[in-house]
Design a protein around this ligand. Sequence first.
Ligand code: SF4
Ligand code: SF4
Length: 397
Amino acid sequence: MNFKEYSLEKRRLLLELKNILPLESLKRSLKDSHSRRRPRPCGMTVHTAIGCVFDCIYCYIGDMGFPTDRVQPYALTSLELVYALVNNRYFVPSLYGTYVAIGSVTEPLATPSVRERTFEYMSSILKYLKNPVQISTKQYISEEIADRFKALSRRGPISILITIVTLDHYRRLEPKAPSPTLRLESIKNLCKKGLKPTLFLRPIIPGINENEATDIMLEAKRAGVASVVIGGLRVTRTILRKLETLRFDTREIKKRLKGKRLLGNRQVSVPYSDIKRELVEIARNIGIVPLPSACCANTYNIFLTSGIRIPCYGLCYTNMCLNCPVNCIEVLPSIDEEDIRYAIARIVSSKIDIHCNKGLLMIITRSKRDRNRILSKDHLLSVLQTIYRRRIVVRAE
Ligand code: SF4
Ligand code: SF4
C-alpha cells in the first residue's frame, strides 16, 4: 500500500461506515479519544473496557486515572470504534498498516460482558480494517474461549500475549488475577487449537522476580509457547510504596534508578538491559524465540500463522532487533518517491529531495520554514512511517 492507496482506502471506509451508522453514532465516534489518540510504539491502543480489578501491585493504571475498583465495557459499539479509528489521522488501515493493541490499560477478558465487547471489537476491526490485532491478558482462557479466538483468527492475525511474571509471589504481586497455573492452562488451550500465544514476561522487577524468569519460560515452553517478550518495569511513587508495604526488597530498583526522583504519578522506566540480555540467552537455550517488544510478537505471529513477513510496526529492527525469523530488514517496502512527494505536496509546494537507506527515510527541504511546516504535521509523517516502515527525518538543506 502506498500513500495514494491509503488515502483512497480511508475515503472508501468512511463512506461505507457513514452509510451503515446512524448520525448519533457518527457524532459519538468523533468525540471519542480513539479518533484522535497517537499510536504507541506497539500500535494503536484500543480500550475495550475501562478499569481493572486484578489489583497487580506493579500496575500503573490507577496512577493514570483509571478505576481500580471496577471494570466496565467500553461505551462505543464495535462499529463506532471502527469509525473512530478510520477518522484517526495517525491510523493506517490494512494488514500492512497500524497494529492494534488491546489490553494496555485494562484486562480485556475480565468479565463476560467485557469479553464480549473485546470480541466484538476484534471481529469488526478484522472485518472492516484488516489490521493485525494483539491482545494481552492474564485471564483464564478455557477451551471454549480458545475456540472463539481460533474462529476469529480466520479473519486475520491475532497475537495473544499471556502475561506470567511470577510463579512464587503471585498472591502478593497479582492478588486478584487468575493463578499462573491457570494462565499456563490458557496457553495449552490456545495451542491445542493451533494458535501461537506468546509468553509476556513483563514486568521484570529487578531484585524481585528475575530469578523466577527461567522457570517461567520453562513452564511456558512445556505448555506450548514458541516465543517470549521480555519487558521492563515502569515504576511510580505509588508502585514503589506498595511493594515496600508488602515487604518486597526494593533496594535493587532504587539502585538502578540512581537517585532519580519519583514525582507525582510520573512513570519511570527501571533500567534492566543487563538482566534482559541474560534472559534472552536463556530463552534461546530453552528453545523459545526471544522478542524485544510486543509489536515484534505481533509481527512474528503474522509470520507464524500466515507466512507473511511484514516489517515490525514499531521499527524495532532499527534499534533493538533480536533477529527473529521474520528478518524485517530484508522485507522493507520499496520506496515510491513520487508517492512521497504527493503526500508532502499537501503541506509544502516547493521541491524536496528524498534519500533513503535501510532504516531511514530522509526528506530534505529547501528552507527551514518548509521543514518546520512538515514537522508540524506529525500525523502525516507517522502515516508515511507506517507505510514505508522507516524512521522519517526532515532536514533543511
Ligand atoms: S491485569 Fe493489567 S490492567 Fe489489570 S491490574 Fe493487572 S497490570 Fe493492571
Ligand atoms: S526481525 Fe527483529 S525487529 Fe523484526 S520482528 Fe523479529 S525481532 Fe522484531
